[in-house]
Design a protein around this ligand. Structure first.
Ligand code: SF4
Length: 351
């Protein structure tokens, strides 16, 4: 009989599980605290529990994290993990340390159905949604492997493989688990969810009582160009996307982030910057500019630094806060999806 996976279960699910073992509900809450607060996953070590209960857990349940298939350490401190899930699917999770804080970039799907043309995960195609436990498990694994404190210095970004809003219920449940003060207790204000522009998901997220900050990956300021590089735009064109962004209920002091990956000669001209200014006018926002992290199988190139700076200056001059985000870990195949693709096609590792 396959053992029941406990990582990813919330209090009510653990309470009904322990009830099926003939245990009182409070044992479910104790188990929750052992799993997420103490992060004790060896049931034999749960000595406050009666021996018979520990034996039952040992026999019928497991608490497992994704397995590290490979770990790549960049010169800039970025650690990129290729993780193996129970069914053999592989995903990427990244730790980006900075002086005062650490950021974990979490995947939400194995592969991605959105097919952005500048993204290697898109090239790979879609395999499946990740479970709640697989999403939470990535965070727990990197915290354990790097001895990180679960405090204000830790940020989470749901920007790894996959489109989080196309795996809405599991991503939502994972965020609630990660933010529960009685469990992992990470602040939702330190979490950012990045979407390619799934309009119904953005509307739904805006209504959540507990939610991360929102980032929208824009990358083009006309429908014509966005249709080409992000086919999702045909379903939810810019006017509709910008309307839900405008209506998104921001908290006091909160800004919406627009991400804009600069592609050499494609979306990096001054006219593009001016159009972008017009698009985001009236939205309390900032723009993160990222020079493309080039990768094999991608036809796009990174723009020269001077053009990136000129683009940024154009936004600044028109009153739009714009920040350059350095691509991290270029020496370790850091473009999203690059690691998995490189590992499945070893010849690419030398390109
Ligand atoms: S950029 Fe994000 S949404 Fe687009 S294909 Fe890549 S993983 Fe999917």
């Amino acid at each position: 009989m396959q053992k029941k996976e406990l990582i990813g279960l919330a209090v009510p699910q653990l309470e009904s599980l322990v009830a099926s073992f003939g245990e009182p509900a409070y044992r479910g809450r104790q188990l929750y605290s052992a799993l997420y607060q103490q992060r004790q996953w060896d049931f034999r070590q749960l000595t406050p529990f009666p021996l018979a209960f520990r034996d039952r857990l040992e026999r019928d349940c497991q608490a497992t994290l994704p397995q590290v298939n490979k770990k790549f350490q960049s010169e800039d401190g970025t650690a990129r993990y290729l993780l193996r899930l129970a069914d053999g699917q592989r995903i990427e999770t990244v730790l980006m340390p900075e002086r005062a804080r650490n950021t974990i970039c979490v995947s939400t799907q194995a592969g991605c159905p959105v097919d952005c043309k500048f993204c290697l995960t898109g090239v790979m195609g879609f395999f499946r949604n990740l479970t709640v436990g697989e999403i939470v498990g990535q965070v727990l694994l990197l915290v354990q492997d790097n001895n990180l404190a679960l405090d204000r210095r830790l940020n989470l970004v749901f920007m790894g493989m996959g489109e989080p809003l196309l795996n809405y219920s599991n991503v939502r449940a994972a965020i609630y688990l990660l933010a529960d003060p009685k469990g992992i207790a990470l602040s939702p204000a330190r979490m950012t969810l990045s979407t390619a522009g799934v309009v119904p998901g953005i509307k739904r997220l805006g209504q959540e009582p507990l939610r991360p900050k929102l980032a929208v990956s824009l990358n083009a300021a006309t429908d014509e160009l966005r249709n080409q590089i992000m086919p999702l735009n045909r379903k939810w064109p810019l006017a509709e996307l910008l309307r839900v962004c405008r209506e998104f209920p921001l908290r006091s002091g909160e800004k919406l982030t627009f991400e804009y990956v600069l592609l050499d000669g494609v979306n990096d001209r001054v006219e593009d910057a001016r159009r972008l200014v017009r698009l985001v006018r009236g939205i309390r926002c900032k723009v993160n500019l990222i020079g493309l992290n080039p990768g094999p199988e991608l036809t796009f190139r990174t723009p020269p630094d001077a053009r990136v700076l000129h683009f940024q200056q154009t936004l600044f001059d028109k009153g739009v806060p714009a920040f350059l985000r350095k691509p991290r870990g270029r020496d370790i195949f850091a473009a999203c999806g690059q690691l998995k693709l490189t590992e499945s096609q070893p010849a690419l590792a030398n390109t």
